[in-house]
Design a protein around this ligand. Structure first.
Ligand code: AMP
Ligand code: ZN
Length: 112
């Protein structure tokens, strides 16, 4: 399977990593929308939230703990930030490997 983020996990495509452990990788988004814009992804290929299986429950917890680490490492933990995962066409998902955008470093707004 030719998946961009699987290739980043394998190191075949370079990324600017913020955090990594056995289960998860976090790296700076190539096209940031805010001063802090990091993607947190599972090393396992899962296409989107809709493809998470029962057995993936611990992995989803790992992702949330990694989000905390990323927030601390990038300095947004105190002022707050946003976590977003886009799903499918209406969600404007463009990379079909589960990822959580961690966005912050400025005051965010909320309109669609
Ligand atoms: P989404 O549109 O929610 O699927 O998010 C995909 C994100 O991946 C976008 O914000 C892109 O800017 C980002 N992206 C695409 N290619 C790369 C890459 N090679 N390294 C880092 N981020 C990337
Ligand atoms: Zn993948």
């Amino acid at each position: 399977m030719d998946c961009l983020f699987c290739r980043i996990v394998k190191g075949e495509i370079p990324s600017n990593k913020v955090f990594e452990n056995e289960h998860v990788v976090a790296f700076h988004d190539i096209n940031p929308v805010a001063p802090v814009h990091v993607l947190v992804i599972p090393k396992k290929h899962i296409a989107s939230v809709m493809d998470i299986q029962e057995a993936d429950k611990p992995l989803i917890g790992e992702i949330h703990l990694a989000v905390q680490e990323v927030a601390k490492l990038t300095g947004v933990a105190d002022n707050g930030f946003r976590v977003v995962t886009n799903i499918g066409k209406h969600g404007q998902q463009t990379v079909f490997h589960l990822h959580y955008h961690v966005v912050g470093g400025r005051q965010l707004e909320w309109h669609f």
